[in-house]
Design a protein around this ligand. Structure first.
Ligand SMILES: [Fe+2]
Ligand SMILES: [Fe+2]
Length: 441
């Protein structure tokens, strides 16, 4: 029907010129007038519709998402190609079926059908949307951004990752962290939570993720795997964080696990990266939750998901497995706050530790990387526990405070071992270096 109308529009223009009334179509004069008005409406190309650099996210071996800010109601696009000239590029429109999710501030596009461990070039685009006739939508010409690149994960990809955490919308440490990441050039970034403080409006999250006060373009050429921190659950806008940060594809998991929107388990070369969400740092009965949180069942729901990941051959056979949590799942201090009390807040997350810790050990996971404490720490392997734990630091940039500094934790495989380097990005030195042997799959 759409095609018929479009060819009729062309035909009717000719008929009008020659003075013949287009009765053959059966179109009412009022409808013809609408078509004429729609066709005659010129949508001027907007000056600066794109309002941020692209943020690559939710990388998978065969897909990657991108979100970006715009200045007006628009439909978003991404083009992806196997060459920097963008020849034979494949074009994608905003995610959403049947309606592409157009928006006036943030657009999200998923590029799929990709090959694992493959370098691609891409660019984002947007077309302003107007409604010249009732609900009939007419887009402007597309405004394109610059060409960037990424490499999809997979078993043949580089065994290399980097971790940022607890930036808390503080732009000095954010600059230090993103400068370091630009230098390291790992193909994937795990953003291990507490990106936000309390986000009340969508604009709060636009400023944090898409238009940060430093590090512009930090996610344009390296995709982020975002793992929630406790702060990323605070404020009305964080209920709708999906507006800015895309979630994993439902096809990646069993319907039982569809509520677990951000948990990830992917192979980055010889390393399996697993993301687990520790949630808030207070129990569900705490008044701060207002009776409106379900973190305890949420942690329980991640157990069967986690167990199933180790049944996937590419995860089961990975030489190295690193799990990421925001709140540590171990604390050497027996009096440390376990996050189950009314008093104060979690230093570590006891429920998650009890639920997930044994699964990680049973599967020979070598390392857990945590955050939340704002102070770098290494917890070695213990008898009966396969994994060591590294806690990343941040966001203090006070050099007089020698205990607190922001970190970038880098992991890469060299000579058959997983080498972890904890970069102190404040004093620009290495805070810790560790080496892990392959697991017995
Ligand atoms: Fe934090
Ligand atoms: Fe935290």
């Amino acid at each position: 029907m759409d095609m018929k109308r479009r060819s009729f529009l062309t035909g009717s223009a000719l008929l009008t010129v020659s003075g013949i009334v287009p009765v053959a179509s059966g179109m009412l004069p009022s409808e013809q007038a609408a078509h004429d008005k729609y066709k005659a409406t010129v949508v001027p190309p907007p000056g600066k519709l794109l309002d941020s650099e692209p943020l690559l996210q939710v990388p998978a071996p065969d897909s990657v998402g991108v979100s970006f800010a715009v200045n007006a109601l628009a439909v978003g696009y991404a083009q992806v190609a196997d060459n920097p000239e963008m020849k034979n590029a494949k074009q994608f429109v905003c995610e959403g079926m049947p309606l592409a999710e157009i928006h006036d501030r943030v657009l999200r596009v998923r590029m799929d059908g990709l090959k694992p461990a493959t370098k691609y070039w891409y660019r984002i685009g947007a077309a302003a949307v107007t409604y010249p006739v009732g609900y009939w939508m007419k887009p402007s010409p597309i405004e394109w951004g610059g060409v960037h690149s990424f490499t999809t994960p997979g078993e043949a990809a580089a065994s290399h990752f980097m971790v940022m955490n607890d930036t808390h919308a503080q732009w000095k440490p954010f600059a230090m962290v993103t400068d370091k990441m630009r230098e390291l050039q790992a193909p994937v970034t795990i953003w291990n939570g507490d990106a936000t403080n309390t986000s009340r409006t969508l604009e709060d999250n636009v400023k944090i993720f898409l238009k940060p006060g430093s590090g512009t373009g930090y996610g344009a050429d390296t995709a982020i795997l975002f793992n929630n921190g406790n702060h990323d659950f605070r404020g009305q806008a964080n209920i709708y964080l999906d507006q800015v940060l895309m979630t994993r594809l439902p096809s990646e998991r069993s319907p039982r696990d569809w509520a677990l929107k951000r948990n990830f388990a992917i192979r980055q070369g010889d390393i399996a990266l697993i993301g687990l969400d520790t949630g808030e740092d207070k129990p569900d009965f705490h008044p701060a939750a207002g009776g409106a949180t379900r973190f305890e069942p949420y942690r329980e729901a991640q157990v069967p998901w986690l167990e199933d990941q180790f049944k996937r051959p590419e995860i089961a056979q990975a030489p190295f497995v690193v799990a990421f949590v925001h709140i540590p799942i171990f604390d050497p201090d027996p009096n440390a706050n376990p996050g189950t009390l009314l008093e104060d807040y979690a230093t570590w997350q006891k429920q998650a530790a009890e639920l997930w810790g044994p699964v990680l050990t049973r599967n020979g996971v070598q390392l857990v990387i945590a955050a939340h404490q704002h102070r770098y720490r290494f917890d070695p392997v213990l008898p009966g526990r396969s994994w060591a734990q590294i806690v990343g630091g941040g966001p203090s940039v006070n050099v007089a405070d020698t205990k607190h500094f922001p970190t970038v934790i880098e992991g890469k495989v060299a000579d058959g071992k997983l080498r972890i380097i904890v970069h102190d990005v404040l004093k620009k030195q290495i805070a810790g270096e560790f080496s892990f042997d392959p697991r017995k799959a």
